[in-house]
Design a protein around this ligand. Structure first.
Ligand SMILES: CC(C)(COP(=O)(O)OP(=O)(O)OC[C@H]1O[C@@H](n2cnc3c(N)ncnc32)[C@H](O)[C@@H]1OP(=O)(O)O)[C@@H](O)C(=O)NCCC(=O)NCCS
Length: 213
């Protein structure tokens, strides 16, 4: 792809793209034969005004989109509505948009668990690269307004029949508490100076104890 594509946080200057975005999402869902969490133009506009939407543009041509939603009192965050128009696919753009959105979500909601429901191989691959792991639906938010979004899906009957325990989509979760610990461990492992200092101070106290015993 020769054209330069810019990925940015959408703002009021991008409101004019909302109809194109929703139209592209709807057409892609029809092609895939899946349902979607249908969003109104007002909802997407609001996301842009709140700085919770990411847009990719090739010049002034729409090239990709995704937005951030929070659920369960901001304990859970989802990156939803990922779309790349056909002519821009296959060049790693979805991966870049998802990474951008992931980093923005971590910045805006550092303590929230990031999650997603997907039946798409591309999203499963990208999420895995970002550190998400597959989980059961029980690990996701129990916020009814999130699950209401599934009503537009062709498989909604499966979700209701199983009382929200199973469906066609794979649930994926990134838990900062788990990842945070891994990062801390990695930091401690690398910080040999701190380890040496700790060892040194221990031997100092041991020597002192010996002196007075
Ligand atoms: C899914 C979608 C966003 C991918 O966009 P894209 O820019 O072509 O994706 P990328 O080029 O960043 O691909 C990322 C990875 O996913 C893989 N991938 C992309 N599309 C794929 C597909 N349909 N099936 C399997 N793997 C796919 C790519 O091979 C790439 O992996 P690699 O680099 O190891 O080869 C785009 O096809 C789309 O908008 N589809 C319709 C809407 C949709 O399905 N949204 C997701 C809802 S959960």
């Amino acid at each position: 792809m020769d054209q330069e594509i810019k990925i940015m946080v959408a703002d009021e200057s991008h409101l004019g793209y909302v109809d194109t975005i929703l139209d592209t999402i709807e057409k892609a869902a029809k092609v895939r034969g899946t349902g979607i969490a249908k969003r109104s133009p007002e909802y997407v506009k609001q996301k842009m005004l709140e700085g919770k939407a990411i847009i990719a543009l090739a010049g002034d041509q729409f090239a990709g989109f995704c937005y951030i939603e929070s659920w369960g009192n901001k304990q859970y965050v989802a990156n939803s509505g990922l779309i790349v128009p056909e002519q821009f696919r296959g060049h790693g753009l979805a991966r870049k948009i998802k990474k951008f959105s992931f980093e923005l979500s971590r910045k805006k909601f550092p303590d929230a668990k990031l999650f997603g429901l997907t039946s798409g191989a591309a999203v499963m691959k990208i999420n895995t690269e970002l550190g998400y792991v597959p989980v059961t639906f029980a690990d996701l938010t129990d916020d009814d307004s999130f699950w209401k979004g599934c009503e537009g899906c062709v498989n909604f009957d499966v979700l209701t029949r199983t009382k929200r325990r199973y469906c066609i989509c794979t649930a994926m979760l990134y838990d900062p508490a788990v990842h945070g610990k891994d990062e801390e461990k990695a930091r401690l492992g690398q910080n040999s100076d701190a380890k040496a200092e700790k060892k040194e101070s221990k031997s100092f106290w041991a020597k002192l104890k010996d002196l007075f015993s």
